[in-house]
Design a protein around this ligand. Sequence first.
Ligand SMILES: [Zn+2]
Length: 373
Amino acid sequence: MQTQHHPLKSATVGTSRSLTSLHYSNGKPGPKVYIQAGLHADENPGMLVLHYLRPLLQAAEDAGQIRGEIVVVPFANPIGLNQTLAMQFHGRFEFGNGQNFNRNYRDLAAMVTPLLEGKLGADADSNVAKIRAAMRSVMAQEKAVNELDSMRLVVQSLACDADIMLDLHCDSEAILHLYIHSDQQEEGAELARYLGSAVTMHAPASNGQPFDESASGPWAALREAFPDAAIPMACFASTVEYRGQKDVSTELATDDAERIFTYLRAQGAVDTGSLPVRPELPREVKDLAATDVIRAPVSGIVEYHREPGEMVREGDALVSLIDPLTNDRHTLVSGVDGLFYARNRIRFAHSDMELTFVSGDKVVRSGYLLSAR
Ligand SMILES: [Zn+2]
């Protein structure tokens, strides 16, 4: 395993931070896999999963079983890890400009399109090699303008030529769920099988440029830009939401790490001499636009009536908001039949706060589907 240190651009004189990436390889051909955790620094379940994944990868490397390269970034956001304000740990938004750490990655398709004019043809493998070379080239020329930008530049540069990219996050209070690109539903279902995810939701590019879309989205965009060329979706990317923020435990993380390792075996990134048994798909992939989100129409004390992981029916009461002065109660019901997979851990709602998320079959939303949270 090779360790690489990536110094970030200093924010102010006398301060410095760096990112560290761990590179597992036996020098054999195979896919490049990139896995990071803690891009939202206050989302720590995935960081513990990587703690337990690392010895599995090291043992595989020691046994000569790694095919291609597996890159692990144990914590992707040293800026956010240092964000304590009034005894509260933050880590989701950069304090200086308020930007979400998981938005505004570079639009690689736009950057490489001018370099690829007239160079792509009917050979998909050749096209992928040319596109990746162009991506590495343009990223190497980028200059970070500040510390946050340099953090984004480092992780996107490490991931831009990966075949598989897993970005480990978590929700507020939730069961395991996955986000994938709409053009990768089969690949997403494979990941869901091995990770045991009952909620896998697809969406086309959102234009918010979150990290997962910065890895998979360029391939979809380049297909549109070069309709006559053979361009596969060469990078499968997923945001893996490892339940809720408090779901950091030995039991969960060891199981999750073993599941990622088994997935890597199934994908040919680790060759232990046999393929793993392919698990059942817990639940089919759903459209993210079919997720019903209840927002608080008024402020109030939050009283939930259902738990994440429960199947609910349209019209079922999910949450009530209680005005502590008038004692009025607003009860809010699910707009769809589906799986209640996430809810806000905050128990006092300000108006318009997102409260509950139910994944159904009926498209109920349109437009920008990402949360600002
Ligand atoms: Zn997150």
